[in-house]
Ligand binder design. Structure first.
Ligand code: HEM
Length: 149
């Protein structure tokens, strides 16, 4: 301990609600851990399920399960303690015949949902980059419309 300063000041004490110093902790901690992820995915799944373009894909599905599996997948790539607990991403999405337009629509919903939940832009960039790498496993490789002949 340095003389005259008493207890060393924790970074979080200096921040006081406004980001004056670089953020600390893993991305997982910064998004609020498992409860934070559950809030984000509950919202994301509600937005996707209500959407006129991709909503039909979620009709009759076990949305509570999708949320929990998404939480575990995100926790694992954001530096949390959980391991992904779901089925292979390619096996789950293959039968759904998801095209690249569907995929981009999810990515747009993901970005706006993360922003609305106050997630910092550096985390959003890493999260989006992670999900983009999964595009070949999720989609059937086609786009939303054929090129006109
Ligand atoms: C990188 C992007 C994506 C990730 C990380 C992701 C993640 C997941 C996960 C973890 C599950 C649950 C797996 C399980 O039940 O074991 C799931 C299921 C599902 N996803 Fe995705 N997903 C992505 C893209 C999409 C897209 C673009 C759509 C549709 C537009 C979609 C629609 C669905 C549906 C309908 C299910 C339920 C399938 C079933 O119950 O058999 N997903 N997804």
């Amino acid at each position: 301990m340095r003389a005259g300063l008493g207890r060393p000041t924790a970074v979080k004490d200096l921040v006081m609600g406004e980001r004056l110093l670089p953020a600390t902790g893993s991305d997982y901690e910064r998004v609020g851990g498992e409860p934070g992820l559950r809030r984000i995915f509950t919202d994301l799944l509600a937005r996707m399920g209500a959407d006129f373009v991709i909503g039909y894909l979620f009709a009759g599905r076990d949305v509570a399960r999708i949320i929990e599996m998404e939480v575990s997948l995100a926790a694992s790539h954001l530096g949390g303690p959980e391991r992904y607990a779901g089925r292979s991403v390619a096996r789950v999405h293959g039968p759904l015949r998801i095209n690249r337009g569907h995929f981009r629509r999810r990515m747009a919903f993901l970005r706006t949902t993360l922003r609305d939940h106050g997630v910092d832009e550096d985390i959003i960039a890493r999260w989006v980059a992670h999900d983009l790498r999964l595009e070949p496993a999720v989609t059937d490789g086609t786009d939303c419309a054929q090129e006109p002949a």
